[in-house]
Structure formats: C-alpha cells, structure tokens
Write a protein that binds this ligand. Sequence first.
Ligand code: UDP
Ligand code: MG
Length: 249
Amino acid sequence: MWKRLAFLSSFRLASSTSLGDLYKASYSLKFYQLFSTESRDLEDDCHASKIKLPWITFVLGGPGTGKGTQCQRISQTFGFTHLSAGDLLRKEMSSNSKDGKMISALIKEGNIVPSEMTVRLLQEAIKSSQSCKFLIDGFPRCNENRVAFEKIIGVEPLFVLFLDCPEDIMVARVLGRNEGRLDDNLDTVKKRLEVFSNLNLPVINYYYEKGKVQRISALGTVDEVFEKIRPLFSSFSRFQKKEEQKLSN
Ligand code: UDP
Ligand code: MG
C-alpha cells in the first residue's frame, strides 16, 4: 500500500529544457517529506524502486489528442502504470449507483465530475497499486481538480505532458474512433472543446509557468508521436536509475 508523501522539492523544468537535460540538478530529493504517521517500513510501499514516493506525470490535451493511446505506449515501454481518470469514471458510471447516474449525466454534457469523486478514484487506484510510477491521463481537468489532488494526494507531478493538436483534427479523431462512448458525438465534442479551452488550458498554463510542461505535437501517426515522447521518458529513466543508485550507496 502506498502512503501519503508530500513532494516539496523545488523541481523545475525550464519550458525550453533540452530533452537530454530534462532532469538535471534542479531536482532535489532531500526535500521529500513523509507525512504518514504509520510506522510500517517504506520498503513495503514501493518495492520496485528505492525511491519511496510515487512519480507522477499528468498527461493532458484535448479530446482525441491520443492521451490514452500514448499512455499505453509509454507504460509498455517505460513501466509506468496508466491511470485514465475518464476510464475510472466510466467504470464507476457503469456501477449504476446514484454517483454513477450523476457521472453519466456530467460526461454526456462534457462537464467535469466533482473533484472529490475523481480524486477518490485516483487515490484508490494509486493505493492499491504496487507501482511507483503513474501516468495520470486526462486529469486535472480544471484548477479545482488540481488543488484537490495536491491537497488529498500530496504529490506534485514531475512534469506535465501536453499533447497539442488543432481542433479540427481532434474532432475528426473523436468522431472516427467508434468506441461506443456516450460523449463521442459532435454536440458533446463541441462542449468538451469549450471546457478544454476554458478550464483545462488554465491548468496547463499553471504548470507552464512553473516550467513543468513538455509540449508535444500530437499530429502524425501513433508511432511518430510516440517517437517524439520517447526521449522525455528515456531521460526520466536515466535520472531515476541515478537517484536509486545514490540512495543505495
Ligand atoms: N472527466 C472528468 N474528470 C476527469 C476526467 C474525465 O470529469 O478528471 C469526464 C469529463 O466529462 C470528460 C469525460 O470524462 O469529458 C471523458 O474524459 P476522457 O479523459 O476519457 O476523454 P478524452 O479526453 O480521453 O477523450
Ligand atoms: Mg482518453
């Protein structure tokens, strides 16, 4: 089980950071602070890594930019656990509970589900996982989501992968994907695009100001986009190994 850790590092990625230098010295592990009062050895929590905290990357972008597809590729290649906020909500929705009905109504309108619900689902998924490295796909959707995540989970993302794509391509991809989703229709897509620019972009801007955004053009084939993403995570893997070596010395 994973315990609550606060990530107080003054982690900085310059927006223009060259890929190879992504994780250079600006990252400092010494500021990790354990908030848990549990006495159990941290070793139990994150046995895959000697670094006892979850590494979190948010993967953001409008509908149809390929967040889910690219997250699958990243997790297969780099061993991250992929948590799609939308998939967790859809799973909850199919439970037919009172919450399920509310979620379904909000998704159908392209609106954002209350933060406490999404953060609870993410928290449960993180806690029940043995993994240390999470890609959180499609979340935070608004600044209120972000604040709730920081407050409840207590961890900041390492960086934010922003898949950027022109609107007409997003619409064409969503309408062409045919996965039987109740929000993959033209009316809802238009609303989702509005919500994206009004509420989601401010979150991306927030992280951009903090130097944490890595923007990748989502144009091209799945392979082409993944090849643009790959160096970010290769660089992270090298960084992670070094930090683990330091800790085991
Ligand atoms: N959603 C939400 N909060 C989240 C993630 C998703 O409320 O953190 C809802 C919202 O209604 C959104 C829908 O779920 O429009 C679908 O989100 P998903 O990320 O699955 O869509 P994608 O962007 O991948 O097409
Ligand atoms: Mg998705």
